[in-house]
Ligand binder design. Structure first.
Ligand SMILES: [Cu+2]
Length: 310
């Protein structure tokens, strides 16, 4: 498969990893989490589909036991953080965020399309509460959906507050595999399709024009939807991209890969794909798939989950 941009927008902000001074949570209960035993975790694949993303090779990495959020962090959980700390997200600081074209309400008026990924629109006033734009606090209606429009910096600030951190790639993949080993998806190897098999929230139809929503959702689904994998975790793939703790690194000596890596300097690794992925365009709802973006990028299809050491 050719190296396509995928469903994510390019980084357009300065892209600086920041430390925020966040006091530890006082009243909040941590999100439900599941203990994952330590193991020789499998990372990557021996059968890369998008080799430019450095999906391969399949390798093992020792991981210590840890706990990981049963779901991505939800709007309600993020709201508790903001209420207690007064934290202001980066999208709010910048005053805008990326919204998928079909999510932009008419009232927003004409929006600027992003070159090469024209389905992304820069919407002023879009942020984690105002998912489609300034008019409506949609997060309140979607309290059990994953929080979106959160940058890597925002995700880290939340994780720190709740006494955790973002997962490493090995932890994330180990959790996503659900004890099944070298599989393509958290449920095994069976491919989702457009008509009858919907194990996760991705795109059905012709991207980016027509989503038939055969899987039930045009945008995010509740964080705890579809079914749990072997570890009891939900929506590892599809729904929203999940930030990890790691830099996005392409390990390759090839010239093209090195050039790409240079363009993505300082980018952070995200895993899992989103509700916009489709096999025809962005086949990244696989465990080994990866993407990178700058630590202050925010979109309607990126969130995160938290891990805790034991
Ligand atoms: Cu995608």
């Amino acid at each position: 498969m050719a190296a396509k941009t995928g469903c994510s927008p390019p980084a357009v902000r300065p892209g600086v990893a920041k430390e925020f001074r966040i006091p530890p949570a006082i009243t909040a209960t941590p999100p439900p989490a599941i203990e994952i035993p330590g193991d020789e975790a499998l990372v990557g694949t021996r059968d890369p589909v998008i080799s430019d993303d450095a999906e391969g090779p399949l390798r093992t990495k020792r991981v210590a036991p840890f706990r990981i959020g049963e779901t991505a962090v939800t709007n309600a959980q993020f709201a508790a953080f903001v209420d207690e700390t007064g934290y202001v997200t980066e999208a709010e600081r910048f005053g805008w965020s990326f919204v998928f074209w079909a999510q932009v309400p008419k009232s927003v008026g004409p929006t600027q399309a992003v070159r090469n990924v024209t389905w992304w629109r820069r919407v002023d006033g879009a942020d984690w509460r105002h998912i489609h734009g300034p008019e409506r606090d949609l997060a309140r209606d979607r309290s059990d959906h994953p929080v979106v429009h959160v940058s890597w910096n925002d995700a880290r600030a939340y994780a720190k507050w709740i006494g955790g951190r973002l997962p490493t790639e090995a932890e994330w993949e180990h959790a996503a595999r659900g004890g099944l080993g070298d599989v393509r998806f958290p449920w095994g190897d069976e491919e989702p399709d457009d008509t009858g098999h919907f194990p996760c929230n991705i795109w059905q139809g012709s991207f980016p024009e027509t989503n038939t929503c055969a899987d039930g959702y045009a945008e995010t689904a509740p964080a705890k939807s579809y079914f749990a994998n072997g570890h009891g975790l939900y929506n590892l793939v599809g729904n929203v991209w999940e930030w990890t703790a790691e830099p996005f690194v392409i390990r390759s000596q090839k010239r093209a890969a090195k050039a790409r890596q240079a363009q993505m300097k300082g980018f952070k690794l995200a895993k899992g794909g989103s509700f916009l992925c489709h096999r025809s365009y962005c086949y990244r709802y696989r465990i080994a798939a990866r993407t990178g973006n700058s630590p202050d990028s925010t979109t309607t299809h990126t969130g995160f989950r938290v891990v805790w050491g034991l």
